[in-house]
Design a protein around this ligand. Sequence first.
Ligand SMILES: [Zn+2]
Ligand SMILES: [Zn+2]
Length: 218
Amino acid sequence: MTAVCISEPCSRSLRDHELAAGQLLCDPCVHQIRRWLAAIPAAMTVLRDGSMQRERTGDAGRTGTREAPLPCRLDTLSLIGPAASGTVRDPHGDQVGQQPIIGTLGSWVRLVLEERHVDGPAAWTPEALAGWLASQLGWISQQGWASEAYTELRDLTWAIRGIARVEVRTRAVSRPCPACELLSLQQTDWDRYVRCTNCGGCWTADELNHDAERRAAA
Ligand SMILES: [Zn+2]
Ligand SMILES: [Zn+2]
């Protein structure tokens, strides 16, 4: 019997060490969530500032240029505003629209706190909630609802990126995929794993190096 990662877009079979740790999510999916959570503080700065700081170009003489503040976009306000009181989690997806960031993160924090006797976050801010959730990822990866958390945090990240225009760069990696052999590997900023756009496989740098050595020796 092969157990596979429960995250919806992933079908990676769980490695022995992941099974031994009681994980239902594979390491790459856990890392993916960690990355999304780690991006929250920067995104909040952009959203709160209400303006977009252009990425500096290589030109040392120029300082970052600022664009005019975003108009009062309702979608921005609904993302950074306080969570509606009495917000309930909606595991079946009937809810329309994007919950505020603090509502989405806060509902997962509350769920963990209900099931686990640990100290909660120091503050109820998006940054503190995201940091606290990251500290609980080992435990979260063992829960049956981890897949739902994955999907919801991914959707939140997409909503934030759509508004804050936080750029994430992706580059091609000029090596064949160890699994499908196509030149379809990509590396994305802040991602510890190189991912294959063809077969969905993901590898650490070490694993890719081993694969290259194996090929060279063959
Ligand atoms: Zn996975
Ligand atoms: Zn592949």
